[in-house]
Design a protein. Structure first.
Length: 365
């Protein structure tokens, strides 16, 4: 076909010599060329208008958009990478980032630099979910005020699994500090007075993070002892299910088990091979901690301490014993090793009929 007889591939108009524009393998007239193509404001390349995006009045090709731009984690607006502020790896626009400090209830991905309280190597960070009182900054401020009277012990975060509340998160503390220096009783009393509940909901958990460094000076040593933690939980699943106050359904949803093998090493090997994510009884996904997700939420101080003390006993057992010693340990053997100083744990085990052969009829939260 001669140039005089060419036809615009879009509007089908006949084109004379000098009117033909070839673009991206197609023949266009001037009008269609102007209407259907555009120049990227970043790279200055021309492309089909349908393959561009508008960002704050700038026309961008998809390559430039994907390479040089991002969206705010909070409000979803689009902004250049070099204009974004980052919390961890998440981008925020200036307005949303400035609000992070103003809001008492922080976004779910908020992670301040940890402050370690107490002396020792084994630190525990707590995540206590509370619901039914509202996701209100003024209420959160009151709850945090009860715990931060002499230091920045706790902060509040949004949690999508909670219907009408928030998550109380502690900085890492030794068990002794949690017990004798941190005023958890006042925090719980304040939450209850504002209408919050934890155990009585279907949404709340109590998660306890244990510092990974406490299990050894190097990665292999840590892995060896953490394997014992996982094996112990699998060995005594029925007892821990009863202790947790969770139903089997909620345990399978929020804190499922890996499954047990004959040895701690094999149990751990199989657990890691499953890549089960974080909704497991012992979450192994975090870099600096292992997370015990077994427990139902509670605003009862004695029950809260019992969960912390049980976690401490399991961790110290895994650090102290060999694989063979732990693999041969019955539940009765375990509870007989609990020190008399863990009074809340012993009383709770008795109330749950989990303390050797001392049944107690009392039902506790």
């Amino acid at each position: 076909m001669n140039k005089e007889n060419q036809i615009c591939s879009e509007c089908r108009a006949g084109l004379k010599e000098g009117e033909v524009i070839n673009f991206d393998g197609r023949v266009l007239c001037n009008d269609c060329y102007d209407a259907l193509t555009v120049i990227c404001d970043d790279c200055a390349e021309r492309m089909w208008h349908s393959n561009t995006v508008d960002v704050n009045g700038r026309t961008l090709c998809m390559d430039c958009y994907e390479r040089n731009y991002t969206t705010c984690t909070h409000c979803g607006c689009c902004l250049a990478n070099d204009e974004a502020s980052y919390l961890e790896d998440d981008p925020y626009c200036d307005e949303c980032y400035s609000k992070l400090d103003d809001e008492t209830i922080k976004p779910y991905d908020y992670k301040p630099e940890p402050i370690f309280y107490g002396s020792g190597s084994l630190y525990y960070g707590v995540e206590l979910e509370i619901d039914r009182g509202g996701e209100r900054n003024d209420y959160a401020e009151a709850v945090l005020g009860a715990g931060n009277t002499h230091d920045q012990h706790i902060y509040a975060k949004h949690d999508g699994s909670i219907c009408d509340g928030f998550e109380i998160v502690s900085h890492p503390m030794t068990l002794d500090y949690h017990t004798h220096r941190m005023n958890w009783q006042e925090v719980m009393d304040m939450a209850l007075s504002l209408g919050y509940r934890s155990h009585q909901t279907e949404t709340c958990g109590l998660h306890i993070h244990a510092s990974r460094k406490a299990f050894g000076d190097d990665y292999d040593s840590q892995e060896e002892k953490i394997a014992r933690v996982v094996h112990f939980v699998e060995m005594h699943w029925n007892e821990l299910l009863k202790f947790s106050r969770r139903t089997e359904f909620h345990m399978s949803r929020w804190a499922s088990r890996y499954g047990i093998s004959t040895t701690a090493k094999d149990t751990y090997k199989n657990a890691k091979a499953k890549h089960s994510g974080r909704y497991v009884a012992v979450n192994l996904e975090n870099y600096a901690t292992i997370e015990f997700r077994l427990f139902r939420g509670t605003l009862r101080y004695q029950t809260f301490l019992a969960a912390l003390q049980l976690t401490d006993e399991i961790c110290r057992l895994a650090i102290r014993l060999s694989d063979q010693e732990l693999e041969g340990m019955s539940w009765s053997d375990f509870v007989m090793l609990i020190g008399a100083d863990k009074r809340e744990l012993i009383d709770y085990l008795k109330a749950k009929q989990l303390y050797v052969n001392e049944p107690v009829d009392t039902e506790v939260e």
